[in-house]
Design a protein around this ligand. Structure first.
Ligand code: ZN
Length: 253
């Protein structure tokens, strides 16, 4: 029973076919999926799907760093209300992204900090998007009092070691299967199995042998194959431990 801890099933590109994608996932033995919502519409869609499949679906919702200039106090109030309602399971993806645009770092930081505070208040785990912003992200994460998921981790080994000092899990996606990616496999080898997660980030980042196609939750199986191979462990052992790691996030709540 595989776990896709991060996919955008309710984004416009996937939502129209979500029933079919969930069926494909079931056939590939992927029966636990966390839907990441980055706006209100995606969030309400995700809640509807969770209502239909309460055992298979978790929902995460948060304001994305790239949207920092658009997010208003009203948006933050809505997130806080939903976080406190516990209709969502995880707050995220939140964080810092200096890859696409460095011009509004301060807005990104302020938004990130406000959302960490909401997660603390609601006692919800957080899912972190960190791209070319490791130092600032780790610095702000010192404020977090809840468990942390580093989504699609792509930092250096020293940064991963810093991240592992926190109450955190490190999630790996399709790029670890790419031929030219040396850092990803090195990180997987160095990450303790009891701190590791699998994800697709669908519709993005399809793993080999689906690279270049639209990604979907079923394909997490290829990423887990790679993790098992790098760890030199039977796939089933990796699958079970990932499930346990993910579910541990919700035990304390
Ligand atoms: Zn994502």
């Amino acid at each position: 029973m595989l776990t896709d801890t991060h996919c955008h099933l309710t984004c416009d590109e996937l939502y129209d076919h979500y029933e079919e994608l969930l069926e494909n996932a079931q056939k590939a033995d992927v029966d636990l999926i966390m839907i990441m919502a980055t706006n209100k519409e995606e969030y309400l869609r995700a809640l509807e799907i969770k209502e239909k499949y309460p055992d298979r679906i978790k929902v995460a919702f948060g304001w994305f760093p790239g949207d920092a200039q658009k997010i208003t106090q009203e948006d933050l109030d809505y997130l806080r209300q939903e976080a406190l309602s516990k209709r969502m399971d995880v707050l995220g993806e939140i964080g810092l992204d200096y890859y696409w645009d460095k011009s509004f770092k301060e807005e990104q930081k302020a938004l990130f900090k406000a959302q960490i505070e909401i997660a603390n208040e609601a006692n919800l785990p957080i899912s972190i998007h960190m791209r070319e912003a490791s130092q600032d992200t780790l610095e702000l994460l010192a404020l977090s009092k809840t468990p942390i998921i580093f989504h699609c981790f792509s930092g250096s080994l020293p940064i991963m070691k810093e991240a592992l000092k926190m109450n955190s899990l490190i999630s790996f996606a399709g790029p670890i299967t790419y031929k030219n990616n040396k850092q990803g496999p090195t990180n997987v080898e160095a990450c303790p199995l009891n701190r590791l997660l699998s994800e697709t980030d669908a519709p993005y980042l399809s793993p080999v042998p689906k690279r270049g196609k639209r990604n979907e939750p079923a394909y997490v199986t290829f990423t887990v194959d790679k993790i098992a191979q790098l760890k030199g462990l039977p796939k089933e052992e990796v699958v079970q431990q990932i499930r346990k790691n993910f579910l541990s996030l919700f035990e304390t709540h």
